[in-house]
Every structure is written in C-alpha cells, then in structure tokens.
Ligand binder design. Structure first.
Ligand code: FAD
Ligand code: DHB
Length: 389
C-alpha cells in the first residue's frame, strides 16, 4: 500500500498526530504493536498544561476534558520541618490554569475520535521495520496475522515510545544521546478513595511522595522507592504506612486509605536523543526524550512535539518546507526546557541514597529562596505551567 505518512505507535503522540493529519486530509497509516485494550489500560500521566488542553480543544478532542478535567491552580510542596505547605501558585503567577485529567482518558478520547475513513489503524503490528529513511521514498514493513506487509510513504513519524524501533533506525554515527538515570523509582498506586484536595509533592528524609487525583473518588499516589524494588515487595499496608510517614501529620490525617486497584513501579531517567528529524523520519514524544515524572512534563512534551510536527507536515503538503526543515530545532528548544525543570525538581524533592550534608544544605537553601523571593516563585511557576507553544 501507499500512504503519505506512516505513524509508528498508537499511544497519545501517535494517535493525536494521526487525528490532526487525518482531519487535514493527509493520508495516514498508524502501526501499533499492541492491542487497543492494552494501550488503553496503561495508567500514567495526570496533569496537563494549558497549552496541551488548547491543542486538544483546537482539534476537537477537548469536550470530555472540559467536562471531567479538574482545574488546579497550583502544586503544594509539603516540606519536612516547614511550618506550613508552600504553594507553587501557577495560576496566580502566570494566569494560565493547569488541569488534572488522566492520560488514559486522553487515549480513550483519541481512539473514540478515530475515523477509519481518514486514518488506517493497524493493531498488533509486529516487527515493524523502517527502510530508506534518508531517501525521499522511505517504506515500512511489518507482520500482520503472520503475513509480511509493506507501506510506501513520504514521511515516517516515530511515536513509538522509549523502547520503540524508530529512534534506533537513525544511524549511531548521527544520533547524540544525553542521559541521566536516577538511583530510585516511583511506586504508583491507584485507589477508589477520595483524594487529597490539592496535588501535593512531599519532601521527606524517608523519600519523596506525591498525592494526585483522577476524580472525586479516585486517588493517585506515588512514593519514591529503591530502583531495584519490585511491586511484590510493596503490600498495600506497607505502601500506605510509608506514604503517611512522609506527609506532615495534619496532611496524613486527611488521607483516606483503601485497597489498591493498580500498582506499578516506574524507573526515573532524563534522556534526549538528537536530532529529532533524520531524512524522512521525525520522532515525537517518548521515542525522542524521557523526563522523570516529577513536574508532569512527559505527555505535555509529546503533545507539543505533535503540535509542531503536524503544523510542519501540513505546511509541507501546501508547498512550504521551512517548518519541517526546522522541526528538530523547534521541538528540542522546548524539550530541553522541560528536561532542565524535571531534573531540578527531581533533585530538589527526592532524597538521594548517597547524598551529603553539602547537598542537603543546598536543597534547603533553594527551599528558603522560594519562600523569600517572589522572583524565584514566578520563575518556577512559569516553568511548571509550561511555555506557550
Ligand atoms: P507511549 O505512551 O510510550 O506510546 C508509544 C506507543 O508505541 C505504545 O502504544 C507502544 O505500544 C507503541 N510501540 C512501541 N514500540 C512499537 C513498535 N516497535 N512498533 C509499533 N508500536 C510500538 N506526563 C505528563 O505530561 N504528565 C504527568 O502527570 C505524567 N505522569 C507520569 C507518571 C508516570 C508514572 C509515568 C511512567 C509517566 C508519566 N508521564 C507524565 C509521562 C507520559 O506518560 C509519557 O510521556 C507519554 O505516555 C508519552 O506518550 P508517547 O505516545 O510518546 O509514548
Ligand atoms: C502525576 C501528577 C504529577 O504532578 C506528577 O508530577 C506526576 C504524575 C499524576 O497524577 O499521575
């Protein structure tokens, strides 16, 4: 078969890109390695920047987001030893709201909006391979129901996440990778209990903890755990007692505990692969970069990449090639901003296994500065809320 654009990966980045391009009349094929039910069952991101919501609305997939998303106007920091919570007042500082709305729902909305007349979606596409991406006539092969298939195209969009095949199709001699792996992970727990009222980051010598929400009776919590921990090491009882130990007493008193309905461990890393375009292959989302979840930037970056890439491809098909030629530079400028913020917040809020008193003093100095300097607060709020696209 022949299409204009092949998109590898049907996660949020791939499905949003296919939706935008399909609506613009571009002929698109999406190849997703897993079944739809599996993609929709992944529980990950929860917090959306204003710019992300604007992109979703602009392309007609913001209706449920506006109905069910919970506006939140700041992130509270519960600092061990501090008398009261400190708030990163994102709305007051920047005028831009953030929204709590699960990635699972965004993916559901995108799959529900899928129009087979505009976008061909193939699930369970195995062994996807990319060919001739340096030429103007690339092609992609895959195995479907045991048979080898081939699609010729003008462009390949690599939206297949960190472990996908697209990034690795760029020759090693061209690829530059930048990475930091953190010596801990996040244990995430979902429970059908009322959440705390505000999204809260807790810094404690026992480790970081995060209280978030997915709805009036659905709480999402995380605790920093050892990088080598397995989910089986964490009974519900151990999880709740560790969470409560890391929160100030009055906050711990507000937490409703209950059985977990999901529990998973995510490793923490910062990673960027440059360039994001090579020949006729463009990367978007986690296939090109990973941030630690502190700061809630990963999905937002996937959406901003897709915003730039979709505009560039639409302009290209109208005869204007400038945006696609600059895609890598444009996307990377935003990516590095989020990489820096997520690294800083991670270092600021977590307890590192080998940290020294020197590092603890620096961290306390950063916290004091946030309390004492309006300029420091505005600077942090601007980064947390995300720069306009
Ligand atoms: P993915 O979601 O990884 O999707 C890639 C898709 O490609 C998958 O469906 C996969 O099956 C498919 N695929 C992979 N390989 C192949 C192949 N070879 N062939 C075909 N298909 C393939 N971000 C935020 O913005 N806010 C948050 O609050 C937030 N919280 C997070 C909390 C946790 C615990 C974690 C782990 C992440 C969090 N993130 C957050 C990050 C966010 O979830 C990711 O950045 C986002 O999923 C990236 O989307 P993507 O489409 O690029 O990649
Ligand atoms: C979630 C919320 C956050 O603020 C964050 O940094 C990471 C994840 C969440 O709700 O899943």
């Amino acid at each position: 078969m022949r299409v204009q654009v092949v998109i590898i990966g049907g996660g949020p980045a791939g499905m949003l890109l296919s939706h935008i391009l399909g609506r613009a009349g571009i002929d698109v094929l999406v190849l997703e390695r897993r079944a739809r039910a599996h993609v929709l069952s992944r529980i990950r991101a929860g917090v959306l920047e204003a710019g992300t919501c604007e992109v979703l609305r602009k392309h007609g997939v913001g209706e449920r987001l506006d109905r069910e998303g919970e506006a939140h106007d700041g992130i509270r920091v519960l600092w061990q030893g501090a008398e009261k919570p400190f708030t990163i007042d994102t709305l007051a500082e920047t005028g831009r709201p953030m929204t709590a709305y699960g990635q699972t729902k965004i993916t559901e909305d995108l799959y529900a909006a899928h129009d087979p007349a505009c976008v061909t979606l193939i699930e369970n596409a195995e062994d996807v391979r990319l060919y001739d991406i340096e030429s103007e006539a690339p092609y992609v092969t895959w195995i479907e129901d045991g048979a080898q298939k081939r699609a010729d195209c003008d462009w390949v969009a690599g939206c297949d996440g960190f472990h996908g095949v697209s990034r690795r199709s760029i020759p090693e001699s061209v690829r530059r990778e930048y990475e930091r792996v953190y010596p801990f992970g996040w244990l995430g727990v979902m429970s059908r209990v009322p959440p705390l009222e505000h999204i809260s980051y807790a810094h404690h010598e026992r480790g970081f903890a995060l209280a978030s929400q997915r709805g009036p009776n659905l709480a999402r919590y995380y605790v920093q755990c050892a990088a080598s921990d397995r989910v089986e090491d964490w009974s519900d009882d151990r999880f709740w007692s560790e969470l409560l130990a890391r929160l100030p007493e009055d906050e711990a008193g507000k937490v409703t505990t209950g059985p977990s309905i999901e529990k998973s461990i995510a490793p923490l890393r910062s990673f960027v692969s440059e360039p994001m375009r090579w020949g006729r292959l463009c990367l978007a989302g986690d296939s090109a970069h990973i941030v630690p979840p502190t700061g809630a930037k990963g999905l937002n970056l996937a959406v901003s990449d897709v915003h730039y890439l979709s505009e560039a491809l639409i302009a290209h098909y109208r005869g204007d090639h400038g945006l696609i030629d600059r895609y890598s530079q444009t996307a990377l400028a935003r990516v590095w901003g989020a990489i820096r913020l997520s690294w800083w917040l991670t270092t600021f809020l977590h307890t590192f296994p080998e940290e020294t008193e020197f590092e603890r003093r620096l961290r306390q100095t950063d916290f004091d500065r946030l309390n004492n300097s309006p300029a420091a607060r505005t600077d942090l709020a601007e980064q947390v809320v995300g720069l306009p696209l």
